[in-house]
Design a protein around this ligand. Structure first.
Ligand SMILES: Cc1cc2nc3c(=O)[nH]c(=O)nc-3n(C[C@H](O)[C@H](O)[C@H](O)COP(=O)(O)OP(=O)(O)OC[C@H]3O[C@@H](n4cnc5c(N)ncnc54)[C@H](O)[C@@H]3O)c2cc1C
Length: 457
């Protein structure tokens, strides 16, 4: 979309209202701030508004609307699809908004929209508390929570969004409103799984739970030659997993970048360490592992153990879908894909969705997919832009080959740039209600650089 020119005097006026900063192309910080986690994204906003508070967010939204600029909202900047930035429009960047307050007695935390899971976990773990968050510490709490939010605690405590007690939102018309069970409950419902469609969330209030700080958890890997047996073992092992146990599994390359092809399981048990030792024993005793870090581990360390495999600036292309069943064909296709993989960083992963996350009624929050099963992710990662085509083709071809085993459901937060607006996938039966709520809070679709819900007419 062509973006209009902005008069310098207008920008000066906006700047005068800001404790944060306004950046334009050519400013020294501009390139650093516009860069997202995915190095494939190279958009150049006309203006980056680095907000510090709700008033600045509201002023930025008003400015963008007045000058006809498209708005992109950046929380942690992790989304592979790159919708946190915009070519020629305004990026509302929350990465300076880092305040976190923890009320240990009430088991609540309030965190601003620029906080990452690493920062959040550090603050809450000081009190032996946590809530469900992402498995990589540099991911933003904002996008992850608004889209659902899967993590190791999902079996025991539900998705991140299930633990959202309230949110403060700057709406398209510049109001600052609270959303909770008792305040704007329609907005509260829509925020929990509806993504960034309804406004800019300046802060998130979460319910916390006693966790660790030390739990039985870690990763264990076997050579690719054992991958089929490992994935079948994972399938059977997760069939009887209680809420306290969450496992991920994959085939791909060792996280250290060595290029060694492996099958890997990440596991976390949220109960007594002695129980965890017993329950995780069969994983540790299976086959002949190459390495095994499953041991008493800090919760924050667990949630950064795979960070090394996801550096900022790497080139990422993802495809994902929930599986109807993790059958032997899926397992064979996963292994064959890794055997012919063009990059030494890529892999195919499975997340076990179960327990508390699967028991929430599907109309209780906007997040619709509430079944036990496995979400499959094709994670194509590489560094050399000259190899874009072959790495993208690898992911697309493999994803297509896996298609017959897919459920009719996709996870919003993993959709990439070219995933069409098949919103039945992530929103399903909840779409019509979401469209009504969109029509109430953002009738002109000001917030459309997301997995966009069209306002109902
Ligand atoms: C390496 C990596 C690991 C991941 N691991 C997990 C995981 O373990 N579990 C999981 O569930 N997901 C995971 N994800 C996916 C992740 O949930 C999404 O990418 C999510 O969008 C990231 O949130 P963010 O704030 O960092 O992203 P951003 O790119 O900043 O935001 C994504 C979108 O969310 C919206 N948004 C962001 N902030 C706000 C706000 N404050 N108000 C309104 N809208 C906003 C905007 O539409 C924006 O385009 C992972 C992604 C990556 C790249």
């Amino acid at each position: 979309m062509a973006q209009p020119q902005i008069a310098l005097s207008a920008l000066a006026k906006l700047r005068s209202k800001f404790a944060g900063t306004i950046l334009q192309p050519g400013d020294p910080e501009y390139d650093n701030v516009r860069a997202l986690h995915n190095g494939m994204i190279d958009k150049r906003p006309a203006v980056i508004a680095r907000c510090r508070n709700e008033a600045e967010i509201a002023a930025s939204v008003a400015f963008a609307r007045e000058y006809g600029l498209e708005i992109a909202v950046r929380g942690g900047g992790h989304n592979v699809s790159g919708r946190a930035s915009v070519e020629g429009g305004m990026m509302i960047d929350l990465s300076l908004m880092k305040a976190i307050s923890v009320d240990a007695a009430m088991k609540r935390a309030i965190a601003q929209g620029g906080v990452t899971w690493g920062e959040f976990n550090r603050a809450t773990q000081e009190h032996g508390l946590a809530t469900t968050g992402g498995v990589i510490s540099t991911t933003g709490i904002a996008g992850l929570t608004l889209g659902g939010g899967y993590g190791y605690l999902a079996g025991k405590h539900g998705l991140a969004t299930d633990n959202l007690v309230a949110a403060t939102v700057v709406t398209a018309d510049g109001q600052v409103v609270r959303a909770s069970d008792s305040e704007n409950p329609d907005l509260y419902w829509a925020l929990r799984g509806g993504g960034g469609n309804f406004g800019v969330v300046s802060s998130f209030e979460y319910h916390l739970h006693p966790v660790g700080p030390t739990i039985m958890a870690g990763a264990i890997a076997w050579p690719l030659t054992q991958a089929r047996e490992v994935l079948r073992f994972y399938r059977e092992f997760t069939e009887s997993a209680g809420d306290e146990l969450t496992c991920l599994a994959g085939v791909g390359h060792a996280p250290d970048g060595s290029g060694v092809k492996v099958a890997i399981i990440g596991a976390a048990y949220f109960g007594a360490i002695t129980d965890g030792e017993k329950i995780l024993g069969p994983i540790k005793e299976f086959g002949s592992p190459l390495f095994d870090t499953i041991q008493p581990t800090g919760y924050s360390d667990l949630n950064s153990m795979f960070d090394i495999a996801y550096p900022k600036g790497m080139l990422y292309y993802w495809k994902s879908n929930f599986l109807a069943a993790l059958d032997d064909n899926v397992i064979s296709t996963m292994v064959e894909m890794v055997e012919r993989c063009p990059s030494k960083y890529s892999g195919i992963f499975l997340e076990h969705w179960h327990g508390a996350a699967a028991r929430v009624p599907q109309d209780q929050t906007a997040f619709v997919y509430r079944r036990e099963g496995h979400n499959l992710l094709v994670l194509s990662h590489w560094y050399d832009a000259a190899a874009n085509a072959e790495n993208i083709a690898w992911a697309r071809d493999g994803f297509a080959a896996l298609g017959p085993s897919f459920a009719q459901a996709r996870y919003l937060n993993y959709l990439d740039q070219d995933d069409a607006a098949d919103l039945a996938g992530p929103f399903g039966e909840n779409y019509a209600r979401l469209a009504q709520i969109k029509a109430k809070w953002d009738p002109r679709n000001v917030f459309h650089l997301n997995q966009n819900i069209q306002p109902a007419s």
